[in-house]
Design a protein around this ligand. Structure first.
Ligand code: GAL
Length: 648
């Protein structure tokens, strides 16, 4: 029963007598039955709506350039425009690189009336006769070149460089209040200025201002900055004020919508995976950082990659995982390390990461420009289906990632994380192709094609990523496993109530940091979240002793939203996963179509055989898969939507 119907129906029937009360009770009971025991305020209640972000301009991951990895705060207009020109002249713009983003270092100070001022000695075109400064001539230049313009700010009053890089050039100037250049207390004023007046199209919002300025912190003790009680804690989820941080981002988003009537904006969240942003960033922003800063070294790149690589279900058109900007061009990824540079790029491409170049393009050698310009890899990254690659083989040394492309081809990457050559095998099984039909594969670096039956073994050099496009006969006729289509699945409620550090994230020695102190702590990267073809803790899906190579693993008390692009039917085997620590609790599985209950299971416990559910999905736009276990400790109760298949 729709809300509308209920409202009118009840108003018409409820009188003062006993009979009216009875009708009201009957209606209420019917409403509960229809909605499958959903209660108001219940996060598992079906909504009939896709809740991941669709505002802003990110149908595919953003591509472009950012000043930070190239220049840190030492940037100026000429450096930025030279890179912009290079993007156009080299043909990268025509291949999709659009955004030219200023990172930290553009500001002069906040005027007494609150207006932000541009550092005109670095951005001379921003000078105005009245001293108010304007970035409009700068963004006009970029727009005239066919590019888009991005800016940087912080959610707090102060910034990262002010706290962590006090000797960098281009820090804000003036008194304490003038140096408060972040959005805190100025959200709508600043967003209006940056978008409506200055014409920017993209904003990256950092969080150091909410992290580094506590009472007694270095910056505050220096007397140069006002204290702000920290709302973010990078290491411990429980020490962050999640509603406060999210609320501020919601406010930013509302301002962006208000000041961009054409909807052409992009919101980049940069709180490095803290405050459990991994579960809600996708609902607010267009891209959301999953880790601390990348560095120009192999192991740091892997750390960043790891934090996003197993979050395929958390990326969709409109909201992408962001393992940070590319460092191709420096250190382990310079022209003398082409293998590593190509690996880094291929890995970002296949997990639908933003492709934001962080190199000084005035000096970038041709071989590296060719890495950025690999049209086949760009096509993999920009595939309109928006399905992030899923892990098909996993180990500390070698990994295989497979991404579904529009039209049925797959992209497959074989990563050798180690420093020795390894033999790696791609099988039809990894690709979910039949092993009695040939698989045609094309190497996306060399362009060479070859075919194999069943499997192909290759040598992967140290730190190399081989990446192919593969065409074969799908194991299912006129059907697809749901786990091949992660861009259609949104874990609206993933059941994680106790965020734990992720043991699969590689930890590296910070460059220059040596082994002082106790070393990097394990971080929370979404461990326990919903997974394609695995349980939330990385095990094989198994219900009642039967293994499922395909399916979605998630914790109890979860609700998955699934977009239906036109399939006729969904079949699935549901049950509590055999890896559950809780053998007593009963889980009920329900499938809704556009908010209406379509199917429901019996109450199932660990060890019970899977129950098959089948629903017709013709004409249905949104399915919701709900696993309900009142009172459960969800982390002890992983459940499986085994062998979930969408059929035509
Ligand atoms: C960091 C952020 C970097 C860069 C830097 C600027 O917090 O992760 O990408 O923006 O701040 O100070």
């Amino acid at each position: 029963m729709s809300v509308e119907h209920r409202r009118h129906g009840l108003r018409d029937n409820i009188g003062t007598g006993r009979w009216s009360l009875k009708i009201a009770c009957l209606l209420a009971t019917a409403a509960l039955a229809v909605s499958g025991m959903a209660r108001a305020g219940d996060p598992l209640a079906p909504t009939g709506k896709w809740s991941a972000n669709t505002d802003g301009h990110a149908a595919t991951p953003p591509m472009g350039w950012n000043s930070w990895n190239a220049f840190f705060t030492d940037m100026d207009e000429e450096k930025v425009l030279a890179s912009a020109r290079k993007i156009v002249e080299s043909g990268l713009a025509a291949k999709g690189y659009r955004y030219v983003n200023l990172d930290e270092g553009w500001w002069e100070r906040r005027r007494q009336d609150g207006r932000m001022l541009v550092r005109t000695e670095k951005f001379p075109s921003a000078r105005t006769a009245d001293g108010a400064t304007s970035f409009r001539p700068f963004t006009d230049r970029l727009h005239a070149m066919g590019l888009k313009a991005g800016l940087y700010s912080d959610l707090g009053r102060n910034t990262c460089a002010q706290a962590y890089m006090p000797h960098e050039p281009n820090l804000p100037r003036g008194g304490v209040a003038e140096r408060e250049v972040g959005l805190y207390g100025n959200i709508d004023r600043d967003i209006r200025l940056y978008f409506a007046e200055w014409g920017f199209d993209y904003i990256k919002i950092d969080g150091c201002g909410l992290r580094a300025y506590g009472e007694g912190s270095g910056p505050v003790k220096s007397g140069r900055y006002r204290a702000l009680a920290p709302l973010l804690d990078l290491e411990t989820v429980g020490r962050s004020d999640i509603p406060a941080v999210r609320g501020m981002f919601d406010e930013v988003k509302a301002s962006l919508i208000r000041h961009n009537p054409d909807g052409d904006f992009l919101l980049s969240l940069c709180i490095w995976g803290s405050a459990n942003v991994r579960s809600w960033g996708k609902d607010v922003g267009n891209i959301s950082r999953t880790s601390d800063d990348i560095g120009p070294d192999w192991s740091r790149m892997l750390v960043n990659f790891d934090t996003a690589a197993k979050r395929a279900l958390y990326a969709h058109p409109g909201s992408w995982n962001d393992p940070d900007m590319l460092f191709v061009g420096k250190g382990d990824f310079d022209e003398n390390h082409l293998t590593e540079a190509r690996s880094h790029f291929a890995l970002w491409a296949i997990i639908n990461a933003p492709l934001l170049i962080g190199s000084d393009l005035r000096k970038t050698p041709r071989v590296l420009m060719d890495v950025f310009g690999n049209a086949d890899l760009i096509a993999v990254n920009q595939d309109p289906g928006g399905h992030q690659a899923v892990v098909a083989f996993d180990s500390s040394d070698a990994q295989v990632f497979v991404k579904t492309l529009t039209g049925g081809d797959k992209a497959v990457a074989l990563l050798n994380r180690s420093s020795r050559p390894i033999k790696a095998t791609i099988t039809s099984g990894h690709l979910k192709f039949r092993d009695d039909a040939p698989v045609l594969i094309t190497d996306l670096w060399t362009g060479k094609s070859t075919s194999f039956m069943r499997e192909m073994t290759v040598t992967v050099a140290p730190r190399e990523t081989l990446v192919f496009r593969a065409n074969g006969r799908h194991r299912l006729d006129r059907a697809a496993y749901l786990s091949e289509l992660p861009g259609l699945v949104n874990p609206a409620v993933d059941g994680v109530t106790d965020p734990q550090a992720d043991p699969t994230i590689h930890r590296n020695v910070a460059p220059g940091g040596g082994t002082h102190g106790t070393g990097p702590r394990p971080i929370y990267a979404g461990w326990g979240g919903a997974q394609a073809d695995a349980t939330p803790f990385g095990r094989e899906l198994q219900i009642g002793g039967r293994r499922y190579g395909e399916g979605i693993g998630v914790l109890a008390n979860s609700r998955l939203e699934v977009r239906n692009p036109g399939y006729d039917r969904l079949t699935v085997n549901v049950g509590v996963d055999d890896s559950a620590g809780d053998a007593d609790r009963t889980v009920t599985f329900a499938i809704y179509g556009d908010g209406r209950l379509l199917a429901t299971s019996a109450g199932l416990r660990r060890g019970a055989p899977a129950q098959a559910l089948e629903v017709k999905t013709v004409g249905i736009k949104l399915l919701e898969l709900v696993a309900r276990a009142p009172g459960a400790i969800n982390e002890r109760l992983p459940v499986a939507w085994g062998n979930a298949v969408f059929w035509f």
